[in-house]
Design a protein around this ligand. Structure first.
Ligand code: DAH
Length: 348
């Protein structure tokens, strides 16, 4: 009997050392200390032990029971549960190291569609040899109007049609938020001459422009244009049309349709309106939409910048980037581009 108890103790302690969690610990407890466990069974055998051996066997039985209970407490504590509690770690949340981590799903942002179209346009023109020129948004009369051959009495100069920063009646050179990127044509030519350079010049310049227009589906008080200027000897209207056609095919696809309509701009002669057949609504057929203006640089512009109009020729164009984006992505209302509704922006 004593041997049996010794064996139970030895095996039980060995098995206890191998327990790893609350459930194996509970199973171990049931096997050795439970009501139907091995110690209980041994106790039941006590009645068959010879009377004179009983005290020794009983004592050993108690010792083994105490030893297993102490060992159980120690093991529970070692496994991180409460030594007196009923299960290991059952008090707190279970830690399952195989569970996939809590990946916080931050929605990935992206650049605004206008910025992306602007970049794409610059890229298309870069492939045709155009470099990027920078201009300022805060401009003066001289660059927004005068040197672009827009005389003082021209209706485009009405204070009500422009965002003047200084009162035009009170200062000699009022400053304004530029109303067109054509200002950059002047800036580029002036800089070229100031640095002692000569054409050819081949630049595009994208950027914001401002006009106090009433906001509706096709107008905004701030929008973007991309200006183009090519100056060299012997540039013709055919070069302009070829460039625009190539641009349209590169950006809108091989079956892009364009047309030039005669028009008037003070800084080009002849001037044209540039239209493309585009689809603004998925449920409507494509229609002709004006993307901007273009033409042959007026000799008066060359002269104003100090270039000999007899020697140099050039073409220029200025397109609305919003219009192009709306045509390319079938956006029916310009306001959608500024409302920053994520549900809309996510589709682009
Ligand atoms: N600046 C003109 C506008 O905003 C557009 C334009 C027309 C630009 C003809 C040009 C051009 O460069 O040649 O309405």
């Amino acid at each position: 009997m004593i041997d049996t108890l010794n064996d139970i103790e030895t095996v039980a302690l060995a098995e206890l050392a191998g327990t790893a969690d609350a459930s194996t610990l509970d199973a171990w407890k049931a096997t050795y200390l439970g009501n139907k466990g091995k110690l209980k069974a041994a106790m039941a055998g006590l009645k068959d032990v010879a009377k004179e051996d009983k005290p020794a066997v009983g004592k050993r039985l108690n010792e083994v029971k105490n030893s297993l209970e102490e060992a159980l407490k120690a093991r529970r504590a070692a496994l991180g549960g409460s030594a007196t509690g009923d299960g290991v770690g059952t008090a707190g949340p279970k830690l399952d190291l195989t569970e996939p981590g809590l990946i916080e799903t931050h929605a990935l942002g992206r650049r605004h569609i206008i910025m992306r179209v602007r970049e794409e346009l610059v890229e298309v023109f870069a492939r045709m040899g155009f470099e990027v020129a920078q201009g300022a948004e805060l401009e003066d009369d001289e660059h927004n109007f005068i040197k672009l051959n827009i005389p003082p009495e021209h209706p485009a100069r009405e204070p009500i049609d422009n965002f003047y920063v200084d009162d035009p009646d009170l200062v000699d050179t009022p400053r304004m938020l530029r109303s067109q990127t054509s200002t950059v044509q002047i800036r580029v030519l002036e800089k070229l001459l100031a640095e002692g350079g000569t054409p050819p010049v081949k630049v595009v310049s994208p950027g914001r422009v401002y006009r106090p227009d009433t906001v509706d589906a096709t107008h905004s008080f701030m929008f973007h244009q991309i200006e183009g200027l090519y100056v060299d000897r012997g540039v013709t209207m055919a070069d302009l049309k070829t460039t625009l056609f190539q641009f349209a095919r590169a950006y809108f696809g091989a079956d892009a349709e364009i047309r030039l309509r005669p028009s008037f701009f003070p800084f080009t002669e002849p001037s044209a309106e540039f239209d493309m057949k585009i689809q603004l609504r998925p449920d409507e057929p494509p229609k002709w939409v004006e993307l901007g203006g273009c033409g042959m640089v007026d000799p008066a512009v060359f002269a104003a910048c100090g270039l000999d109009p007899e020697a140099w020729t050039g073409f220029a164009f200025g397109f609305g980037i919003e219009r192009i984006a709306m045509g390319r992505y079938s956006i029916p209302d310009i306001r959608m581009l500024y409302e920053n509704d994520v549900r809309f922006l996510e589709q682009l």
